[in-house]
Design a protein around this ligand. Structure first.
Ligand code: HMN
Length: 298
C-alpha cells in the first residue's frame, strides 16, 4: 500500500482552445507533475471535471495520462458517472489502461439511499480486479456516507481506502479508525480539503489528494515531508502560508479557471474550464493570477 502514501495531484482537465479534450496537452500536463516528483495523480475527479465530460472524453483523457505515467506514478482513476452501466464501462476501461486503483463518488443529481449507493459501488468494484477508493464529498454529492455503509464497504477486500473531502476532521478520524480495525492493517485515508492538510494528517490521513496541489505541488510535498517528520510547528506555519494562497485562488471567478490560468502563465496549456464554470477573462482576473503565481514562486 506504500504506493498510495504521499501527495496526489487532482489533475485538471486538458482542453484545446475550442474546449475539446486534448491528448497532447494532457500528456504535457502529466509530464509536468512527473517532473515535479509527486507520488501520483487522481484523474477525472472534481478538479478534472469528470462529471462534465462524455464517456469518450473521459477515456481519452485517461489514455493520454497513462501513455506518460504508466509505471512511473501511482494513478487513481475516478470512474464515477451518473449511471451504473457507464461507471462500470469506465472501470473496465481504466483497468485496461493499467491504472493502480479506481475511485468513485456515489452519484450526483438524484438523491439515493445507502442501499442504492452500495449496489452502484459494488457493480464497479465487481467489474475489475483493481483496488477501489471511496470518494466522499458530501458538499457536492449531498450524500452523507453513513458509518454503517462505510463499515460494510470496508469489509470488501478490494476497498483499500477513502478520499475524505468533507471538512469534518472527526469524520476523517472515524474512517481511519474503523477502516484500520476492519482491515487489521492500514486502510488508506486521503485528505480532501487542502486547507486542512496538516489537521487531516494529524488525525489520521495517510495521504492527500488535492486540486490546489496542481499549482503548488512543491509546497504540499514539503508539508507532507514535515508531517512525516512530525515537525508540526513548522508544518502549521507553512499551512498558514498555503492557505493564504488558497484564499486568493478562491477569490477569482472559479477555482479551476484560476488554477488553469496560472498553469498557462508557466507555459502549461490546459484551456479554460468547461461551462458553467467561469474562465479567467478580464484583465483584473488575469492580474490576480499573476499575483498568485508570484506569491507561490516566492
Ligand atoms: C478532486 O477530486 O478533484 C479534488 O481533489 C477534491 C478536493 O477535495 C478539492 N475539493 C473540491 O474541489 C470541492 C479540494 O482540493 C479543493 O479544491 C481545495 O481544498 C480548495 O478549496
Amino acid at each position: 500500500l506504500e504506493k498510495f502514501k504521499g501527495v496526489f495531484v487532482a489533475l485538471y482537465s486538458a482542453y484545446d482552445e475550442e474546449g475539446n479534450v486534448c491528448s497532447e496537452r494532457a500528456k504535457k500536463l502529466t509530464q509536468y507533475y512527473l517532473d515535479k516528483g509527486v507520488k501520483g495523480l487522481y484523474v477525472g475527479g472534481s478538479s478534472g471535471e469528470g462529471v462534465l465530460q462524455s464517456e469518450e472524453e473521459r477515456k481519452k483523457m485517461l489514455e493520454a495520462v497513462m501513455s506518460v505515467a504508466k509505471g512511473k506514478m501511482t494513478i487513481i482513476a475516478h470512474i464515477g458517472a451518473n449511471s451504473t452501466p457507464e461507471s462500470v464501462r469506465l472501470a473496465k476501461h481504466a483497468e485496461e489502461m493499467g491504472v493502480d486503483a479506481i475511485s468513485s463518488i456515489p452519484c450526483v443529481y438524484y438523491g439515493f439511499s445507502p442501499r442504492a449507493v452500495k449496489r452502484h459501488w459494488d457493480a464497479m468494484i465487481d467489474a475489475t480486479d483493481l483496488p477501489f477508493i471511496i470518494y466522499h464529498i458530501p458538499q457536492t454529492t449531498r450524500f452523507n456516507l453513513p458509518i454503517s455503509l462505510f463499515t460494510e464497504m470496508a469489509q470488501n477486500e478490494k476497498v483499500i481506502g477513502i478520499k475524505c473531502s468533507s471538512e469534518s476532521t472527526y469524520e476523517l478520524e472515524r474512517f481511519k479508525f474503523v477502516g484500520d480495525k476492519v482491515k487489521g492493517h492500514d486502510f488508506i485515508v486521503f485528505n480532501g480539503p487542502d486547507e486542512q492538510f496538516v489537521a487531516g494528517r494529524i488525525i489520521g490521513a495517510d495521504s492527500g489528494i488535492g486540486g490546489t496541489y496542481g499549482v503548488m505541488p512543491e509546497l504540499f510535498m514539503k508539508l507532507n515531508d514535515l508531517m512525516d517528520q512530525e515537525r508540526i510547528k513548522v508544518a502549521r506555519k507553512l499551512q498558514d502560508e498555503v492557505n493564504d494562497i488558497i484564499a486568493d485562488l478562491l477569490s477569482g471567478p472559479n477555482l479551476y479557471g484560476v488554477a488553469k490560468y496560472i498553469l498557462h502563465l508557466r507555459g502549461v496549456e490546459t484551456g479554460n474550464p468547461r461551462g458553467p464554470m467561469l474562465p479567467v477573462e478580464t484583465d483584473e482576473d488575469k492580474k490576480l493570477c499573476e499575483r498568485i503565481n508570484k506569491k507561490i514562486e516566492e
